[in-house]
Ligand binder design. Structure first.
Ligand code: NAP
Length: 295
């Protein structure tokens, strides 16, 4: 029988470290509080609940939050211009664009409109490129959360056989790259993988990020494996992961629950990134190399 990984308490520890880091920096410099701009397009009740949780965690750390709610009818050009103006605002340290977007708005365009130095999500091509080269500056929050949990749980990664289920640019691929950079042997599975069970059979570490409830069953996991469940799936009124939790906990050594595993750590990583971006800008005197006029 394995043990649950307590994402809430690890996230609290990271938030406390971030709070202390910011307080030390501000006591030495008198700088204003970092400011995060959150952009929501056509928010529903669930996104408002998540937003309130993020805002209260941000304020507890000492981060100001500005929220822009935009109508679903916004024109793509106006939307991009809005993101660009937030990104160029010297009073804003990071821009967080909540997903999903309405179909008429392109996620790729939006990512480009937010400059890499304000890219809290770490998904701008410049930041993803740095990750690919092994010198990441800003990490995608969910991939960072997976690594934080593994490191705080002291899970050995060097030489471990890790299987990541999911190859999205937001979660699966960044997680696989970070594991590779920690010397794991990484296999990435996706919807066209022929035999997922065979891939998982001798995995020391499984990261499930497919968005498919109960995809990973107890019978697929080897004794003593560590299982990180990134999935967040609404089933009726409940939030469930990609892992059949009770079955897998019976075989694995450690498993993250949903909720209470990767989710809280993702928010803590996001807020740590806002502080990192703000301290970095202040240490460079507010210089913003991405928004200098082009000659
Ligand atoms: P996504 O863009 O839809 O990607 C899902 C990936 O899973 C794709 O690569 C897909 O393969 C693969 N996949 C789908 N069905 C599969 C199957 N039956 N077997 C193996 N692979 C399969 O989703 P995402 O944005 O990466 O998010 C993945 C999950 O993580 C979702 O549940 C999301 O809600 C959750 N999430 C959680 C957090 C958090 O903080 N906990 C943050 C972000 C996302 P193909 O590429 O072949 O289509």
């Amino acid at each position: 029988m394995g043990i649950p990984i307590d994402g809430k308490s690890h996230a609290k520890a990271l938030r406390e470290e971030t709070t202390a880091r910011l307080a030390t920096a501000r006591s030495a410099s008198n700088d204003p509080a970092p400011t995060l701009a959150v952009v929501l397009v056509d928010p529903d009740d669930a996104s408002e609940v998540y937003l309130r949780q993020k805002m209260s965690a941000a304020r507890a750390i000492g981060i100001e939050v500005r929220v822009d709610r935009l109508a679903a009818t916004i024109e793509p050009a106006t939307f991009s211009a809005h993101l660009r103006s937030l990104s160029q605002d010297p009073g804003i340290d990071g821009v967080l664009l909540e997903m999903p977007l309405p179909h008429n708005l392109s996620r790729e365009e939006a990512l480009l409109a937010i400059g890499p130095d304000k890219d809290v999500d770490g998904l701008h091509p410049t930041n993803l490129g740095a990750l690919l080269r092994g010198s990441p500056t800003i990490l995608p929050a969910t991939a960072a959360a997976v690594i934080q949990l593994l490191e705080r749980e002291k899970v050995p990664l060097r030489g471990a056989h890790a299987v990541v289920i999911g190859r999205s640019a937001v979660v699966g691929v960044p997680t696989a790259l970070l594991l590779l950079q920690r010397d794991a042997t990484v296999e990435v599975c996706h919807s066209k993988t022929g035999d997922l069970a065979a891939s998982l059979a001798d995995a020391d570490l499984i990261v499930a990020a497919a968005g498919v409830p109960n995809l990973v069953r107890g019978s697929m996991v080897c004794e003593g494996a560590v299982v990180i469940d990134v999935g967040m799936n609404r089933v009726g009124e409940s939030l469930v992961g990609d892992v059949a939790y009770a079955e897998v906990l019976a075989k694995a050594s450690k498993v993250t629950p949903v909720p209470g595993g990767v989710g809280p750590m993702t928010v803590a990583c996001l807020l740590a990134t806002v502080v990192e971006l703000s301290l970095r800008r202040r240490s460079t005197g507010g210089d913003d190399p991405w928004h200098q006029p082009r000659s």
